[in-house]
Design a protein around this ligand. Structure first.
Ligand code: SF4
Ligand code: SF4
Length: 110
């Protein structure tokens, strides 16, 4: 999510999960300007909403995976290192641009 040697905007694999509460906020995140409507609050914990199968702040338009809140991204995102074991695991599990786990786009025409 941060190493310039990796083209994270062509990947985004670590911003996908089918767990809506995948990304838990930590105490460090209290001062970060994350839109309140993007958060889930439950049992005293706060999470960034992943209900659509990826982080609500992940912009997948134009064939890129761009974080829309990069300057205010949560601590867990800052700690996640491109090229790390976890990075390789996210790519293996989710695929580039989340191709292995992307949820179907709902049919709104019906
Ligand atoms: S806040 Fe940004 S870097 Fe973190 S999971 Fe969401 S889109 Fe990815
Ligand atoms: S999985 Fe690794 S290369 Fe892909 S966006 Fe995340 S940190 Fe960057």
């Amino acid at each position: 999510m941060s190493d310039k040697a990796f083209d994270c905007v062509s990947c985004g694999a670590c911003c996908f999960s089918r767990n809506p509460r995948y990304l838990k906020l930590l105490s460090y995140d209290a001062s970060r300007a994350l839109p309140p409507e993007s958060l889930i609050h439950e049992n005293g914990e706060s999470y960034v909403n992943f209900a659509c199968g990826h982080c609500v702040h992940l912009d997948l338009s134009n064939g890129k995976a761009a974080c829309q809140v990069y300057e205010d991204r949560p601590e867990a995102c800052r700690a996640f290192r491109a090229g790390s074991f976890e990075c390789a695991r996210a790519i293996r599990a989710n695929g580039i641009m989340g191709e292995k786990v992307r949820l179907p786009v709902p049919d709104v025409a019906a």
